[in-house]
Design a protein around this ligand. Structure first.
Ligand SMILES: Cc1ncc(COP(=O)(O)O)c(C=O)c1O
Length: 390
């Protein structure tokens, strides 16, 4: 029989995040600080709207681009929160999570050989989706000394004649880094000068602590060059509803819509009705969750300090990214031993790119009770490692 598989897909590694969770699920008394998912239930009024839509028998396909009512709410929200204005009829579409939006944006824009700049450490899907789209991923390695921000120097270093797209993964998973308006300004100048496009993954835009999120699409001339991606998973604790969206110039969006039409048809109908309620009446819920994450963030940073672990201060998302360089082991070795000896799962920084070596991703989207227990175990582990090294 001949090989049934595509060479491209065989080359792609499965996500490094899941490995540890299969072990955790079978380990008694194990605690996971690994999954990038809110621990809150979806706010009740949102669930109720979903239930009501089912009671009403709204169980049919919506239009491909999504419910008109939801697209209008998305545009109102983007204007109200981030000062960008989109036409609900031609510049926005509802997708199956931010995940689908990332995939179809890349597929709509890449021709073979087009280079896509991907700052890392960052979310696991950008590189594989670029490869599946026929593009060439080019990694920009972000560094702790720059607070894991994208600097103009780092960007310029990797631009060639073939560069077409820059992925902007901020607020960042796994580092928690954000890009302020001042950080973005010199990046914008380069994008315009070099005639690039941006896929801006803003899924954590509601989760910043201290500084409000700024979208790159709000800069003059940038709306025409940006595919803004966002969704409901993180801000409204709606991961399982599988709902996100993309806002983009019509000429790009209409091509993305074709892929969505043939591959997906439409995002889940129940979720779309529920999401209308999230955008209309969910501000207080978002605020409550943001405050809870912020409290946990400060708790985690304090615990790292107490145990002598260096950690860059995350200003967004719900992850901390402590350095374990001083123990002279790889991230994978540290995470594996930590899980085996203390039954706590964290993700090695290398799951998010080679530049994550020497770091761990610790999610603080867990209750303070769990965080206390897990970080207590971490303190024991760190103490033991220090003693071993004496
Ligand atoms: C940075 C980032 N982008 C996109 C996603 C995908 O989210 P979803 O497809 O649930 O909207 C995630 C999920 O972890 C993420 O961390």
């Amino acid at each position: 029989m001949r090989n049934p598989l595509s060479e491209t897909i065989v080359q792609i590694e499965p996500s490094g995040i899941r490995k540890f969770f299969d072990i955790v699920s079978e380990m008694k008394d194990a605690i996971s600080l690994g999954v990038g998912e809110p621990d809150f239930d979806t706010p009740w009024h949102i669930r109720e709207e979903g239930i009501y839509s089912l009671e009403k028998g709204r169980t049919f396909y919506t239009s491909n681009a999504g419910l008109k009512e939801l697209k209008q709410e998305i545009c109102r929200y983007l204007y109200r929160r981030f000062d960008v204005s989109y036409n609900p009829d031609s510049e926005v579409m509802v997708t199956v999570g931010g995940s689908e939006a990332i995939d179809i944006a890349l597929r709509a824009m890449c021709d073979p050989g087009d280079e896509v700049l991907i700052p890392q450490p960052s979310y696991v899907s950008y590189v594989p989706c670029t490869m599946l789209a026929g593009g060439k991923p080019v990694v920009i390695e972000l560094e702790e000394k720059d607070n894991f921000k994208l600097t103009p120097e780092k960007l310029l270093e990797k631009i060639t004649d073939k560069t077409k797209i820059l992925v902007m993964p901020f607020p960042n998973n796994p580092t928690g880094a954000i890009m302020t308006k001042e950080d973005l300004a010199p990046i914008v100048d380069i994008i315009i000068k070099k005639d690039l496009f941006v896929i801006s993954d803003e899924i954590y835009s509601e989760l910043t602590y201290g500084t409000d999120h700024v979208t790159i699409a709000a800069f003059p001339e940038m709306k025409d060059r940006t595919i803004l991606i966002n969704g409901f998973s993180k801000s409204y604790a709606m991961t399982g509803w599988r709902l996100g969206y993309a806002a983009a110039p019509h000429r790009i969006l209409e091509q993305m819509l074709k892929i969505h039409q043939f591959a997906i048809m439409c995002a889940p109908t129940t979720s779309q009705y529920a999401a209308v309620s999230a955008l209309r009446d969910g501000d207080n819920d978002v605020q409550m969750m943001r405050e809870a994450y912020d409290q946990r963030r400060r708790f985690v940073l304090h615990a790292f300090k107490e145990m002598g672990l260096d950690c860059f201060e995350p200003e967004g998302a719900f992850y901390a990214f402590p350095s374990i360089k001083r123990f002279g082991m790889t991230s994978d070795e540290f995470a594996t031993r930590f899980l085996r000896e203390e039954k706590v799962a964290v993700v090695p920084g290398t799951a998010f790119g080679a530049s994550g070596e020497g770091f761990l991703r610790v999610s603080y989207a867990y209750s303070l009770k769990n965080l206390k227990e897990a970080l207590g175990r971490m303190a024991n582990f760190v103490k033991r490692l220090d003693e071993e090294r004496k």
